[in-house]
Every structure is written in structure tokens, then in C-alpha cells.
Design a protein around this ligand. Structure first.
Ligand code: FAJ
Length: 696
């Protein structure tokens, strides 16, 4: 069982080959041998997950094969797990590579890898390269090369990029008494680690390697109406269901990706850790070639699953606003029927056969998630009686969705806005106590110190698109770095802004993807108090907002106001002092860039006073973030822009010659997140090593 859990914790299917494993093994093992292979692979993962402070050695990995005929396969499996960053990643102590079997010859010029950016992707990549170069030192020796040097170039005077735990300086806020000499910090950028139990690689870093304390967010979140009263839970649930149904109706217009091939082992045997008795004669490739001529089974259709199950029901997470997939009834059911089953009373002249007509809105060339969902909400108004409070609630959910995408939902692709839904992992959301930034800092120093050059803003990258010649990186301070391989983790916002020049210009497919993808703004208003006046046991609460003309039933009138301080986090547990953090999402995120701090703090205080009474004091200290004006970010995170194409994130990830790309905006499975950024760093480290050593 531990092997199964270890595979799941490593984002691998314990019962089936990963596409890369399939590509490596298809000519070498038979279908029946897949079970034996998976047992070995899951066993290696168990060794890693049981103690991720120390990397698994090749000998230990090979020892997971019960029979010496499998030693070579186990060794190949080990190479794949190491290179792909499924084991031995992060701040682990790394076992030495193979023993040199040749005499060391005079070495050629040492190669250089330059990583631009010291955020989670850049540091994750640099640390992984450092670890891979140690593990494959002998292979470099065989090529008469010293393992390459790694240099990280960072424009800021700090590490972590969009993970920024700003220290609260008690000298600036003398009223933060009693904390002088202690480091208290607040998260100005990424702060929530989602699905912390199983699958999130940050779990290994935070818990397994750095032993950082963390706080699991309590998910219950009261929503307060504009009069300060808690919203009736039943009404909240009904409106949320209606909102989710609007999102599901849009799902008919979603991008469809082809399902990937699944080569499975014998589940029962794998569960028991037993290998298959028979071996099979033909390799997977032979069998596939023999059956290629046979007609393929038709793809599974929505209908064939029966009427009760929807393939793509959608709901949004309360704490992060991210879309996730949940079992639900299909959008194909008539809207009035669904509304009634949610508990709504239908209007007098409406029966269960009445439906929404979204065709025109959805087929319009300029259709966006916002244009269609707004239309759906407006049409629901004809089926059931929606009050002004229902509109406030509905728009709270819209704001929550806009928060997770850092933009107004009229700037989101109807087909791709939730491309990552279904990739979420198990477990609670957590926050690191004492600063999330300790994670990137940990990567920078352990197990050895990386060569990081802070205050080194890159302005120009001259590279060879064929990958034959080296690259030259010019920095704003006049310094020049020659590198054989360059990894860019420059954020999408900076790429859009054009402040870093590429020579030659990036290929057109990449520049078009840069244009089509979105990069919006989420900002925070952080308020520090000398005592807590809120419920210390609640981590999150929401506040409904009214449009400028109060009690409006017009959806369009809510856009500018709904995201203003709509979601609050009590972050006292992680900061160590009484702190509230309000989100400015959607249009409000953009407005924050050119609003005055005093006015924003006054507005936030006004929202709090409605809930907690007029005695809510002025904060003793406040911070307002402005990620849009930040020269090294130019926004908060990426999103699916209105005209995006299904493979835009993959296009962003493609290398051009020896110029590689990492960063959250290059992750098609976990974009816009810290863990997604980290995983792209691991991916690129593997690509760079593959370019140097060749495939496994
Ligand atoms: O909690 O995982 C969050 N949790 C999370 N990511 C967040 C979250 C949001 C979220 C939660 C759950 C699911 C999805 C999203 C919600 C929000 O609270 N939060 C968040 C809040 C704010 C205000 C921001 C700004 C971000 C988040 N994010 C997003 C993540 O923080 C980012 O996706 C991730 O940190 C990006 O990492 P990266 O390595 O791809 O990019 P950077 O920007 O960290 O690193 C690039 C480095 O390059 C920087 O250090 C920069 O200074 C440097 N650079 C730029 N131009 C340069 C340069 N260096 C040299 N020369 C140049 N020319």
C-alpha cells in the first residue's frame, strides 16, 4: 500500500505507465511485464517518499527488483525517475553517481548554464541541475567534460520572485510592540499551497526536507452581506449551485483534448505487490504494430455514460477560486428543471421544460467566459426570482473566479479558462508559518549554495535558434554572461511588456502565444493590528459588495465593485501577529495600481466596520501590493486569454535551440501556481540534461 501511496504522492498512476515510461519501455517489455515494472517503480518511489531528505541511490533502486533479470530495467527506471524529477529533487542530500570506470582525462572547457530569474521555477531548475550534474558526474567525465557551472541571474535584490514574504519592520511601525527583534512577515505574493496531502511537490520540500511549520487552512468561510450580517447558508448554497450551473453550461464550448494512451498493469497484483507469473513474449510495440490495422473502438461519448453523470461539471474552490471537477448533473438538463432541483421556485409562467438559450452569446466571435456566464445569469432571472442579495452572492462567486485568474472574467477564454481543472491534488490547503519565501531560500542554500547574482537585470539575450553556438546575456549593469545553455523564467508579464530583448526575435508561434495568453493583476491590502477583533478560529471570510447603483439586478453593474476586498484571510497564524489580508480581484486588482494607499485602507476599514462594528481601529501598519507596476513581474499570474489556443501553454514551454523556458506560464497542468512554477523548473532541468547527455 505504501508503494501505491508513494506513486500517487509523486503524481504517477501506480497502475499504469507514464507516457515517457511507455516511450522508453515499449520495445523492451511485454504487456504482462508492465506489472513487474510498475512494482519496481512504485518501490523506488516508496524509498524516496519515506525519506526525501536523502536521495535514493542507484543501488538501492536496483534492489527494488526481486530478480536480477530486472536489474537493468530497474536502472533505466531509476534514470527516468531521477531525470524527470520524480525522485531526488529539492533540497535533498544527493547520492554520488556511478563510479568512474575510465581514467579521468584532461577536461574540455567547462560549460555554463545561465538561469534567468530566482523565483520558484528558476531556483527549482538551478537546484535540480546542480543535483543532476552531481548524479551524472561520471557521464560528463566520459565526455571529457567537467559538469557544467550554473549561474542564476536575478533582477531583484531578493530571491523568490512572486513568492514574497515581506518582513514587518517594527521600526517603521513602533506600535507593533513586543515583536522587535523577531522576524514577522506577510505574504505579498503566492501564499496558499493547494492539495498539500498527496501530489503537491511542495509537500516534500516544506514537510519532508525543510521541516517548515505550516498551518492548514480551515475551509469554512462565512460570507457577510453588506449590512454586516452573515448570509443564510442555504441561500448561499442555492446561489452557488446556480452559478456552477452557469459555468457548466459553458463547458459545451470547452477545448477538447485527446485522451492519452493508458498501458496498465494488473491492479490486483500491484495492490498486493506481486509480479505477474507469466512473462509474455511480444513487446508492447510488437503487439501494437500487429493490432494497428484493427479498427479502433469509438471514443466514449457523453451519452454512453448515462444521463446522471456529467463529464465536466465545474465548481470553484472557496479559498482559491480555482475551478475543479465534481460529480454533478449534466448541463444537458433543462435549466428550469435544474433550478427547481436546487431548491428554487420557478416563476409563475415557467415550467421544467424551460431552458437557457446561450447559443448566440456563446457563438459570437468575441465570446468570453464572462459574456456567456453574464448572459446565463441574466436569463436565469427570467426563470426564477433573483433578489439583489442573490446578485451580490452570485457576483461574490464571480469575484472568486476572477481572483484565481487575476482578471475580469470577460478576459477569459470560454474554451480554455479551466484547462487545469481535474489536476488538483488531495488534501487541505496550507500556508507556511513564518514565510513561504523560506522555500525558495531553502532551495538556494541547501544542500549547497547556488551561484546567484542578485541585482542583475537581464536586458538582452542573444542566442542561436539552431543551438549550435553559445548565447550572450547582456545585463542592465553592463555585465555580460556567456552561456552554453540559457533557461528563461522571465514572467509572461515581462515578456509581454517587451523589456527583455531576444536576438533573434522569438519564433512567431511563441510571440503569438505570448500575445494570446493573459497576464492579469491580483493585489492585496494587508492590515496589521495590535489586537485581533475577529474570530481567531476562522481563517477566511467573504464580504459581498454592492454595485454603484445599489440593489441593481443588472449583472454588468457588478463588475467594478465585486472584487474589492471581497475575500479576507486571517493570517495571524502564519505571520505571528494580528494581520488581516484583503484581496483586490478582477477589475479591482487593476484599479489598485493607481489608487492611493490611504483610500484603499479606508475602504477596507469601512468593509470591516460593517461586519465587526464601528470600533474597528485603524491598522497600526498597512501594505498595499502593486504587482502590475512591478518591473520584474508586470502582473500577478497568467490566465487563459479570450483568444487563447489549446496548446498555448505548451508552446510557451518549447525550447528554441539551447534557450529553454520555465515559469508558471509554461505549465499547462498547473499554471498560475507556485507548485506549477516549481514543476516547470524540474522539467527544464531534465530537458537541459537530455540535451547534454542524450536520451535515457
Ligand atoms: O496563493 O500557488 C497562491 N498560491 C499559488 N500561487 C499564487 C497564489 C494564487 C493561487 C492559489 C491557488 C491556485 C492558483 C493561484 C492565489 C494568490 O494568493 N497567490 C498569488 C498572489 C499574488 C499576489 C501573486 C503575485 C501570485 C500568486 N500566486 C502565483 C505564484 O506566486 C506564481 O505563479 C509563482 O510564484 C511564479 O513563479 P515563477 O518562478 O514562474 O515566476 P517568478 O516571477 O516568481 O520568478 C521570476 C523571476 O525572474 C523573479 O524573481 C524576477 O524578479 C526575475 N526577473 C524578471 N525579469 C528579469 C528577472 N531577472 C533578471 N532579469 C530580468 N529581466
Amino acid at each position: 500500500h505504501q508503494c501505491i501511496t508513494a506513486a500517487e504522492s509523486s503524481r504517477l498512476n501506480p497502475y499504469a505507465l507514464h507516457p515517457d515510461e511507455y516511450a522508453i519501455l515499449r520495445e523492451h517489455i511485454s504487456h504482462t511485464q508492465v506489472t513487474t515494472y510498475l512494482n519496481i517503480r512504485n518501490g523506488i518511489l516508496r524509498l524516496w517518499i519515506n525519506n526525501p531528505r536523502i536521495g535514493v541511490s542507484r543501488d538501492e533502486a536496483v534492489g527494488c527488483a526481486k530478480d536480477e533479470r530486472w536489474y537493468d530495467v530497474a536502472s533505466v527506471c531509476y534514470d527516468w525517475l531521477v531525470r524527470s524529477g520524480h525522485i531526488n529533487f529539492g533540497a535533498a542530500e544527493i547520492p554520488a553517481g556511478r563510479k568512474p570506470h575510465k581514467e579521468t582525462k584532461p577536461l574540455r572547457r567547462r560549460k555554463t548554464v545561465a538561469v534567468i530569474g530566482a523565483g520558484m521555477s528558476g531556483l527549482g531548475c538551478a537546484r535540480q541541475l546542480d543535483s543532476l550534474f552531481k548524479q551524472y558526474a561520471n557521464e560528463f567525465n566520459d565526455m571529457e567534460q567537467e559538469p557544467p557551472r550554473i549561474i542564476v541571474l536575478e533582477g531583484r535584490d531578493r530571491l523568490g520572485g512572486r513568492v514574497y514574504s515581506r518582513a514587518l519592520d517594527s521600526s517603521k511601525s513602533p506600535r507593533i510592540l513586543g515583536f522587535r527583534g523577531h522576524r514577522h512577515s506577510v505574504e505579498c505574493g503566492g501564499m496558499i499551497i493547494t492539495g498539500f496531502e498527496r501530489g503537491n511537490p511542495l509537500n516534500i520540500l516544506v514537510r519532508g526536507q525543510m521541516a517548515l511549520p505550516y498551518h492548514a487552512l480551515r475551509p469554512d468561510a462565512i460570507l457577510y452581506d453588506t449590512n454586516g450580517k452573515a448570509v443564510d447558508e442555504e441561500r448561499d448554497r442555492m446561489v452557488e449551485k446556480l452559478f456552477n450551473d452557469c459555468l457548466e453550461r459553458v463547458s459545451d464550448y470547452k477545448f477538447k483534448s485527446a485522451p492519452s494512451k493508458l498501458i496498465e498493469g494488473n491492479k490486483d497484483l500491484i495492490d498486493e505487490g506481486r509480479d505477474s507469473a507469466s512473462e509474455g513474449h511480444k513487446s508492447i510495440a510488437d503487439v501494437e504494430e500487429a493490432t494497428a490495422a484493427l479498427p479502433q473502438a469509438p471514443p466514449i461519448s457523453k451519452q454512453s455514460l448515462g444521463p446522471q453523470v456529467s463529464l465536466v461539471p465545474v465548481s470553484t474552490d472557496r479559498a482559491t477560486g480555482r475551478a475543479h471537477v465534481e460529480p454533478g448533473t449534466p448541463a444537458a438538463f433543462k435549466a428550469a428543471y435544474k433550478a427547481r432541483s436546487m431548491g428554487w421556485t420557478l416563476k409563475e409562467d415557467i415550467n421544467e421544460d424551460n431552458d437557457l438559450e446561450l447559443g448566440t452569446a456563446a457563438k459570437a466571435t468575441a465570446a468570453t467566459l464572462g459574456s456567456v456566464v453574464d448572459e446565463a445569469i441574466n436569463q436565469y432571472k427570467n426563470l426564477v426570482d433573483l433578489t439583489a442579495q442573490d446578485f451580490r452572492l452570485m457576483n461574490w462567486h464571480v469575484a472568486n473566479l476572477e481572483y484565481s485568474n487575476a482578471t475580469n472574467y470577460h478576459q477569459l477564454s470560454i474554451g480554455g479558462w479551466d484547462l487545469d481543472a481535474g489536476n488538483e491534488w488531495e488534501g487541505k490547503h496550507t500556508m507556511v508559518i513564518g514565510g513561504f519565501q523560506n522555500v525558495p531560500l531553502g532551495l538556494a542554500i541547501a544542500p549547497s549554495r547556488l551561484d546567484i547574482r542578485k541585482d542583475t537585470a537581464v536586458k538582452k539575450i542573444l542566442y542561436d535558434p539552431e543551438g549550435m553556438a553559445g548565447s550572450r546575456i547582456e545585463c542592465e549593469d553592463g555585465s555580460v554572461i556567456e552561456a552554453d545553455y540559457v533557461v528563461s523564467t522571465i514572467p509572461l508579464g515581462v515578456l509581454k511588456h517587451g523589456s527583455v530583448e531576444f536576438q533573434p526575435a522569438l519564433p512567431i508561434e511563441k510571440t503569438e502565444a505570448i500575445d494570446r495568453l493573459g497576464f492579469g493583476i491580483l493585489n492585496k491590502i494587508i492590515l496589521v493590528y495590535d489586537h485581533a477583533f475577529w474570530d481567531p478560529d476562522a481563517d477566511i471570510f467573504g464580504c459581498l459588495r454592492t454595485p454603484l447603483s445599489r440593489h441593481s439586478l443588472k449583472q454588468s453593474e457588478y463588475a467594478s465593485q465585486r472584487g474589492r476586498c471581497f475575500q479576507w484571510f486571517n493570517v495571524s497564524n502564519t505571520s505571528g501577529i494580528p494581520v488581516l489580508l484583503a484581496l483586490m480581484a478582477g477589475d479591482a486588482g487593476f484599479d489598485t495600481e493607481h489608487s492611493k494607499n490611504d483610500e484603499l485602507v479606508a475602504e477596507a476599514t469601512e468593509v470591516l466596520r460593517r461586519v465587526f462594528g464601528i470600533k474597528v481601529p485603524q491598522p497600526v501598519h498597512s501594505i498595499v501590493t502593486r504587482w502590475g507596476s512591478d518591473k520584474f513581474a508586470r502582473g500577478s499570474y497568467s490566465s487563459a486569454g479570450p483568444t487563447m489556443r489549446i496548446d498555448d501553454y505548451q508552446t510557451m514551454a518549447k525550447p528554441v535551440g539551447n534557450l529553454f523556458f520555465a515559469g508558471e506560464h509554461t505549465s499547462s497542468t498547473h499554471p498560475a501556481t507556485v507548485h506549477g512554477a516549481y514543476l516547470t523548473g524540474l522539467r527544464v532541468a531534465s530537458e537541459v540534461l537530455g540535451t547534454m547527455l542524450g536520451p535515457i
